[in-house]
Every structure is written in C-alpha cells, then in structure tokens.
Design a protein around this ligand. Structure first.
Ligand code: BES
Ligand code: ZN
Length: 656
C-alpha cells in the first residue's frame, strides 16, 4: 500500500493497520528502503504548500486524529484547577476547518485516559464514542457530524471533560511535596504526545492552532499564552486568562499553578517560582537573559512572541527545560548558584524560532527542532563566550553521540515512528546528529553565506510545520538561486539520503580542542594509578570543563577503584558541590568504582531530583552495583517522579 499513492486519506483504519503491521517490526534491523518514512508517501509537495489549500495524507504516524479532513484553527480551554481531586474540570472548544469537498461526517480526535462528558456543536448534543485503546496512542474520540460542513467552513465542537488519575501530562503535588510545603502545585508537560491526556485534540506537531486559556484556580497560574490583565482579587478561585495569537502545536500547550511569584530578569522577561526560591532564580538568570535574546535576534530575526519568561519548577521536573511559549519551564537544577547551567535557557530560548515558530511535522523529523536548536544554542554561546565555546560544547555533544549504538533505527536522523512511542525513541541523536548536519551545511557553504540562509529558512516556514524533505528543498532552492557557482557545485554533492538514513555516527568534523585539552590531560594523569591530585588541578576550570574531565574518567577502560574515586570527589570538592550536573557525573564514577560510602548521597539525589538526564543513568549504575537498593530507592520515590519518568525507570530496572 505504501508508495502506491493510494493511501486512504486520514482514515483511522489506515493508521491502525499501519501500526499493527509495523509495531511488530524489529527496530534493530533497518526497514527496507521502500518502508522508510517519507519515501513511501504518494504525495510529495513543494515548500510553498499550504495545509489549508491542499489536502494530503497525514504524515504523522503518532496521532489517531483525521487531520487530513479537519484542521484545528483555534482552541479555547476553560479549566478549573481542582487541587483537592487532582484534576482539571471544564471544557475545550475546538474550531475545526473542514478541509475536503466531500464533507467529512466524522471528526476523530486524540485522547488518552480522559473522561469525556459531552460533545456539542451550537449547544446541540452530538453522537460520540471513545474507541478502544491503540497503545501507546490512546483512545480515539469519534464525533459524528451527520450534516458535515462545507470545505473551508468552521465546525465548532464544545467538549466537556475532566482529566483522570491516569493523566500522564499533569504532575500534581500535595503541599508536603512542594518547596515551602504550604500550597499544592500542578504543572503540565505535553511533549511529545501527552497533550491528549489533558484535552481532546489533533495531537500532532503538523497542526497549529491559536489558543485562548481561561483557567480558574485558587493559586497563581502561568500558561503558554500572553497573560491578559485581569482585576480578579480576593480569596477563593480566580480566573486567569491568556491568549496565544501565534498558532502553536498541541505539544506546546502548557500550564502550571502553585504558590508562584515573579521577578524581572530582563527587558521582556520575568522568572516565576516559589517565593522561597525567587531571589536565587533571579540572580542566576538576570545576567544572561537579555544577552541571549540580543544574539538570537541578530542571528535570526525579531523575537515573535512578546514576552520570554522562565518558570522554575519543583525538582521532580523530568527535563532540563521545556520550550513552552511565553513561559519556558525549567528544572530547579539550573539554579546552581554559579550561573554555570544557563545554557539550558539559551537552548529553550532558541526553540522560540526552531521548534515553536518553525517546527517538525512529525516526531520522525524531530531533529529539525532539536538539531537546529542545539546549533543556535551553540552560536549564542560562541557570541557571548568566544568561538572556542562553540567547539567545546560540540565536543561534549559528540561524546554523548559516540556512546550510542551504531546501527539502531533510532540512531538515524529520520526515525521511523510507526507504532513507536516517541518517548522510547528519545536520545541525543536528534540533538547531536541534527546539530552536526546543520553544522556540516554551515561549513560547506561557509559561515558568511549560511548566515543569510538562517533568517530565510525561519521566515519561509514561520507558523508552519515541515519535514526533512522540505528542509532539503528550501536549502537547495536558496543556494541554487544565490548567485554563487562554487556553492552551487558544492551543494549538488550533498549526500542527503545518506545523511538522513544512515544509522550511527556522522562523519567527525575537526574541532578546536582549546578548552578540552586541559580536561583530557588531567584525565590522562588519573589513568596513572599513582597520580597525586591537588585542588589546584581544577582551579581554573569552568564547571563544564570539570564535567568533560569527569566524563573522560567515566570512560576509562579500567575504572578507578573505590579509594581513588573517593579521593577524586573529595580533592575536587565535587561530593559537596551543589551543581547536580557535576555531582551526578561524579556519582557515576563512584558507582562504577563500587564506592559504597557515596551510596547515601546517590540515594538522596535520586529522591530529590527528577530530571531524567540524571536519574536514568544513576539508576542503571546503582542497579549494577546494588540492585536491592536501586529497587528500594525507586519504590520509595516513584510517586515523586512524573509518570513518564516512572515508566522509563520501570523499563530500565526491568520492573515492567
Ligand atoms: N524539548 C526538549 C525537552 C523534551 C524533548 C521534552 C522531548 C519531551 C520530549 C527541550 O528543549 C530540551 O531539549 N531540553 C534539554 C535541554 C538541554 C539540551 C540544554 C534537557 O531537558 O536536557
Ligand atoms: Zn530542545
């Protein structure tokens, strides 16, 4: 069926049959070329294509919605935050444009463990049914629209709902679980496919909608829209309103409510967090915020979203940062008191262009979001700290790539996602291999010329979604019409297919090793069993240089023994550091060395930080050293972790 061009447009059946056939495929062995994503679609389009003009077979395999027939134009969410019952209650109003001339009589939306109460259009009840679960995508909500709607007209669906206790997109906390122990807290995390657990939607990055948020809560609320000033005062529930006038995909829907206060960190920016942590958060970010924005705007073009704010979340947050528009959500581990982890903010800010304004059409092309963002983050770093910073960061990234297997489907730039949970395919590949592809193109045409392409690309695709083939076409069109024959010849030779579909490491570029040489030289000394360290060794190092040193030690072919590992931790003051990045890197060495004296510190960290980047490797290593302790620690803390983290850890520990 694939490649014949005869795909039944948007039918749920199409999706199901594909999922069932492909899900049984082994991702360790690459699929035949005819099944690789993108090549088989009957419809290939030019970059001038516009979703509202042309109907095509949906290209996102991770949604059950029939978004080839209907397109969400505007979404209004009306939610009451019920802390007592730990659920959102209310309704969502979807304004759907009919895309076909055959007057589709059914809307299919994504849901996952949602309680649907009613579906209405113009106050009249419509027939609806939640169909059986298609794991990991949830239960499609089928709404029948007997009369259909003419092509180009809008159907308004008013859906009453409540979230359930199985909602994977919301993390609820009792007062006891929060920083100042006085108030409850809730925050959302929708990337990649969790928005459907909060409200029924076309849960695909290929659909972008404007949003209105009407959120009622007893505590302050932030969301991924611009706050609409309100004069709500007094005790009890208040209404918080936000407007998002730039169309965004469902995964960028976000809200949080808790005991939040804000402080300015830049011209267009505030940081929000618990009152007890506000001062530290402000200090950490206020030095760099405007610098980041200035560099990014020079490199691309003006910031399009009005405000750029940061919400510092409770420690259970699973990521370093999440680029929710208007309010980036960030882990409190970046508030380390040394301004050494603010590159996370440069990264999330960069997503305001790469990802949020111009984003991947499906998770198969996720590299377009993260690879571009990693590239922009490094350009910002270089503009602020000098050129060697770019290479330094790229070398750290390269090391994380080199650790991954060489021929797994998930090590390709374009990953087949049919039947796959995007969560399972997540790795540093889209970040680092994506970065290297952009960096390769940059080097090929030359920085001066590539810098002209950057704003062109983001302008061409602003407010749209694209796939890797459209990216390729945009790049080729730009440089073929650029008026430079030398560049034209060079780009004709780009091995696109090879770069898109070859698993494993891309060709290694030459790096400027100025900043890593001293770190690696120190690691080499530690390879000698009699090396006597001194605190002076790392005196001139930045935290990131210490990190490179620690990563090199982690990779020793013969690991340090417990005594030497301990000596390292105490001499360099790492065991007592507040920088979680350093501490967790050191604990990996200690666990490998079998240094049991550090176990209480490891257990403590696992119970106080939820960032997956730290907890997953630590649990794996702890499991190797002391399985009972790993399982016990997990059991004690499993309700502290968000459900996706919990699920991943259960898999890692073989408990599921
Ligand atoms: N968008 C990601 C986080 C994400 C990815 C959440 C996939 C859910 C699914 C975010 O921009 C990110 O990359 N965060 C990094 C920051 C780092 C690269 C500076 C993180 O969390 O470590
Ligand atoms: Zn990112």
């Amino acid at each position: 069926m694939r490649g014949s061009g005869s795909i039944a447009k948007g039918s749920a059946l199409f999706f199901r049959s594909i999922q069932i056939t492909i899900r049984s495929a082994s991702y360790a062995s690459p699929l035949p070329a005819s099944l690789t994503p993108g090549r088989g679609f009957g419809y290939r389009h030019s970059h001038s294509y516009n979703r509202s003009q042309i109907t095509m077979a949906p290209r996102d395999p991770n949604t059950l919605a029939n978004y080839g027939e209907w397109l969400t134009k505007h979404t209004t969410v009306n939610f009451k935050v019920n802390f007592e019952k730990q659920r959102l209650e209310g309704s969502v109003l979807l304004e759907l444009e009919s895309l076909t001339d055959k007057k589709s009589q059914e809307v299919i939306l994504d849901t996952n463990h949602l309680s649907i109460l009613s579906v209405k259009s113009n106050s009249a009840d419509l027939q609806w049914a939640l169909k059986g679960r298609v794991d990991p995508y949830g239960s499609p909500l089928h709404v029948s629209v007997p009369e259909g709607v003419s092509q180009g007209d809008i159907l308004k669906l008013d859906i009453a709902l409540e979230t359930t206790k199985d909602c994977v997109g919301l993390q609820w906390m009792t007062p006891a679980q929060t920083g100042n122990k006085k108030h409850p807290y809730v925050y959302s995390q929708c990337q990649a496919i969790l928005a459907r657990s909060i409200f029924p939607c076309q849960d695909t990055p290929d659909v972008k909608s404007t949003f209105t948020f009407n959120i009622t809560s007893p505590l302050p609320v932030v969301a991924s829209g611009v706050p609409v000033p309100s004069d709500a005062q007094g005790d009890g529930d208040k209404l918080f309103q936000f407007e998002q006038k730039v169309p965004i995909p469902s995964y960028l829907f976000a809200l949080a409510s808790g005991d939040l206060e804000t402080a300015p960190i830049g011209k267009r920016s505030v940081v929000a967090t618990g009152p007890e942590a506000l001062k530290g958060a402000k200090w950490e970010l206020e030095n760099d915020m405007d610098k980041f924005l200035e560099v990014a705007e020079k490199l691309i073009f003006d910031y399009q979203w009005g405000q750029y704010n940061v919400l510092v979340l409770p420690p259970s947050f699973a990521y370093g940062g999440m680029e929710n528009p208007i309010f980036t959500f960030a882990t409190p581990t970046i508030i380390s008191g040394d301004r050494q982890n603010v590159d996370v903010i440069a990264h999330e800010l960069s997503h305001s262009w790469s990802g949020n304004l111009v984003g991947c059409a499906s998770w198969e092309h996720f590299w377009l979001n993260e690879g571009w963002t990693t590239y922009l983050e490094r350009r910002i770093g270089a503009a602020i700290h000098g050129a060697p910073q770019f290479d330094f960061s790229a070398i750290i990234g390269w090391k994380s790539l080199a650790l991954l297997g060489a021929d797994h489907e998930f090590t390709k730039l374009i990953i087949n996602h049919k039947g796959v949970d995007p969560e399972d395919a997540f790795s540093s590949i889209p970040y680092e291999k994506g970065f290297h592809f952009i960096y390769y193109l940059d080097g090929l045409v030359g920085r001066e010329h590539f810098d002209k392409f950057i704003p062109h690309y983001f302008k061409t695709w602003a407010r749209k979604s694209l796939d890797s083939f459209e990216f390729k076409q945009t790049f080729l069109d730009f440089f073929n019409n650029y008026g430079n024959d030398e560049i034209k010849e060079k780009i004709a030779k780009i091995p696109w297919e090879e770069r898109f579909y070859t698993p494993g490491l891309p060709p290694k570029p030459k790096f400027d090793t100025a900043y890593v040489d001293s770190c690696l030289a120190l690691a080499e000394k530690w390879e000698q069993a009699d090396y006597q360290p001194s605190p002076k060794d790392v005196e001139s190092f930045t935290a990131n240089q210490i990190l490179v040193f620690l990563q090199a030690v982690q990779n020793f072919s013969s690991p340090l023994d417990a005594e030497r590992s301990h000596l390292l931790g105490t001499t360099y003051n790492i065991s007592s550091s507040h920088n979680v990045e350093l501490k967790s890197a050191y604990y990996l060495i200690a666990l490998k060395a079998g240094d049991k004296s550090e176990l209480p510190g490891v257990v403590d960290l696992l119970g106080s930080v939820g960032r997956m980047k730290f907890v997953r490797p630590l649990y794996r290593k702890l499991n190797e050293l002391d399985r009972d302790l790993a399982v016990k620690t997990f059991e004690e803390n499993k309700d502290f972790y968000p459900s996706t983290t919990k699920g991943q850890l259960e898999k890692d520990l073989g408990l599921k």
